[in-house]
Write a protein that binds this ligand. Structure first.
Ligand SMILES: [Fe+2]
Length: 185
């Protein structure tokens, strides 16, 4: 895949974000905007706000991508999303995104009721993504420099599925994203 610019990312999100987000009642764009808004409300860094906005962008950049999870296939969208974000924004944006699926496996392993609170499609994809972690894998995950951001992004991801919620649109994030990209470049 060729490298994307900030403007291309935003345009792609605007033009291709209308598909359903998994089995939920919100679109991909709703989910992205709710995620970014939660990061902002929680006072997270600008990098985390942009990571939240684009954490699933791999779904939108690869137009061949259909809902693979429902067909029993792990789409590994965290890798395609992070790979697209790394050259534009650097690791503070890309690496929490890369970890957000592993963070689900981690939280299912260390928090007793986390799995029960997951949406149906997140429960369905857990096994495809490798299931829960062993104690060695938990310890290794906690050593990752972006571990905490990955876990916080995951919690946002889980919550950003509210049908009909009114949140700021894409334009609200263009200046921040452009500034981060210039800093990284
Ligand atoms: Fe997501």
């Amino acid at each position: 895949m060729s490298e994307w610019t900030v403007n291309e990312l935003f345009e792609r999100m605007a033009s291709h974000g209308n598909g359903a987000y998994g089995l939920s009642d919100v679109t991909q764009l709703d989910h992205a905007l709710q995620s970014a808004d939660l990061a902002r409300q929680r006072g997270m860094s600008e990098a985390m706000v942009i990571a939240a906005l684009f954490h699933d962008c791999g779904h939108l950049l690869d137009i061949e991508d259909v809902d693979l999870a429902s067909q029993g296939i792990d789409d590994r969208h965290e890798q395609s999303s992070a790979d697209a974000l790394l050259p534009i924004f650097g690791e503070s944006v890309s690496e929490p995104v890369r970890l957000h699926v592993a963070a689900k496996r981690y939280l299912c392993s260390v928090e007793r009721d986390y799995f029960d609170r997951l949406s149906d499609d997140s429960k369905l994809s857990l096994e495809l993504q490798g299931g829960t972690l062993s104690s060695d894998e938990i310890a290794a995950f906690e050593k990752h420099p972006h571990f905490r951001d990955g876990v916080e992004l995951r919690r946002i991801d889980d919550e950003a599925k509210v049908a009909g919620l009114d949140v700021p649109g894409l334009d609200a994030y263009l200046d921040t994203a452009s500034r981060l990209a210039r800093k990284a470049g």
